[in-house]
Design a protein around this ligand. Structure first.
Ligand code: DOR
Length: 310
């Protein structure tokens, strides 16, 4: 049977699958379930300096083709996730800590605390939350992104990564990659966060389906797979020294295969994990192994990043 074991920044993993930040990872019991599951790694809910309730409900809706959410960063505050990370068994699987401070100063405070905790956790800096009113996504403001990265890269010093919003123009792929490539300790890039500020309408009630922001929210699931693959491959091509984590539209082993082919090293699961629960990691591995066997591949490095073009 094909081998799914892989390595991420020199750390061995049983397989390339993990949750997408935000899904099944807000409370310790949920994170424990990910650690118990067959996922190769796990990431904690994006944290802010202090605990937040998030936006008013309803704030998530599953749809036939994916999901829309405007959670608004409900989380227990950074100390909770640093405490969780301090107790995690890193021999079992890697743990990522997602950080989404509401200002550069908040990010610097959280990142300093994570650095001082001296843990083997990986920092994923979220530059792409679309759901907090009055807080634009730093990933869409290249000057702000560069400033965040300059300060965080210097303060943290250790290898870290960024979670990016989706981009839709080659000028934006080029400009974003050029900025990211300036930072040597920016070791990984996670593409993509939800496609921000979609609007889902229920015809029968003639209404929006989530309450915050007049119904505008981030799209996930089938809606976003081609956009996610484009961003994974665009940054894989432009950032040869960096490791890419794919996120977006993964609900089958075939989708995992496509992210790996596009150049991802790890693959995150959001909407489908929310709908199916942590047992999804067993199914995705079974489906990926079956597809690899059919194609005659025995390990991921046989095809990872080897997307053909016409
Ligand atoms: O879709 C998202 N929802 N992306 C984020 O980065 C944050 C999250 C939320 O809490 O709103």
């Amino acid at each position: 049977s094909p081998e799914l074991a892989t390595t991420f920044l020199e750390q061995p993993l049983d397989n390339p699958l993990m949750n997408a930040a935000g899904v099944w990872c807000t409370l310790a019991a949920q994170l424990d379930a990910l650690v118990e599951s067959s996922a190769g790694a796990a990431v904690t809910k994006s944290c802010t300096l202090s605990r937040r309730d998030g936006n008013p409900e309803p704030r998530y809706r599953a749809l036939p083709l994916g999901s829309i959410n405007s959670m608004g960063l409900p989380n227990e505050g950074h100390v909770y996730y640093l405490d969780y990370a301090a107790c995690h068994d890193y021999e079992r699987k890697p743990l990522f800590v997602s950080v989404s401070g509401l200002s550069l100063d908040d990010n610097l405070t959280i990142v300093a605390a994570l650095r001082e905790a001296v843990l083997p956790a990986f920092l994923e800096l979220n530059l792409s939350c679309p759901n907090v009113e009055g807080k634009p996504q730093p990933g869409y403001d290249f000057e702000a992104m560069d400033q965040f990265l300059a300060e965080v890269a210097t303060a943290y010093r250790r290898p870290f990564g960024v979670k990016l919003p989706p981009y839709f123009d080659f000028v934006h792929f080029d400009n974003a990659a050029e900025i990211l490539n300036r930072y040597d300790n920016l070791a990984f890039i996670t593409c993509i966060n939800s496609i921000g500020n979609g609007l889902v309408i229920d015809t029968e009630s003639e209404s929006t389906v989530i309450r915050p922001k007049d119904g505008f929210g981030g799209l996930g699931g089938d809606y976003v797979l081609p956009t996610a693959l484009a961003n994974v491959n665009a940054f894989h091509r432009r950032c040869p020294g960096k490791t890419i984590i794919g996120c977006g539209g993964v609900s089958t082993g075939e989708h995992v295969f496509q992210h790996l082919l596009a150049g991802a090293t790890l693959v995150q699961v959001g909407t489908a994990l929310h709908e199916e629960g942590p047992s999804i990691f067993d199914r995705l591995q079974k489906e990926l192994r079956e597809l690899m066997a059919k194609k005659g591949y025995t390990r991921i490095e046989d095809f990872r990043g080897r997307l053909k073009t016409l």
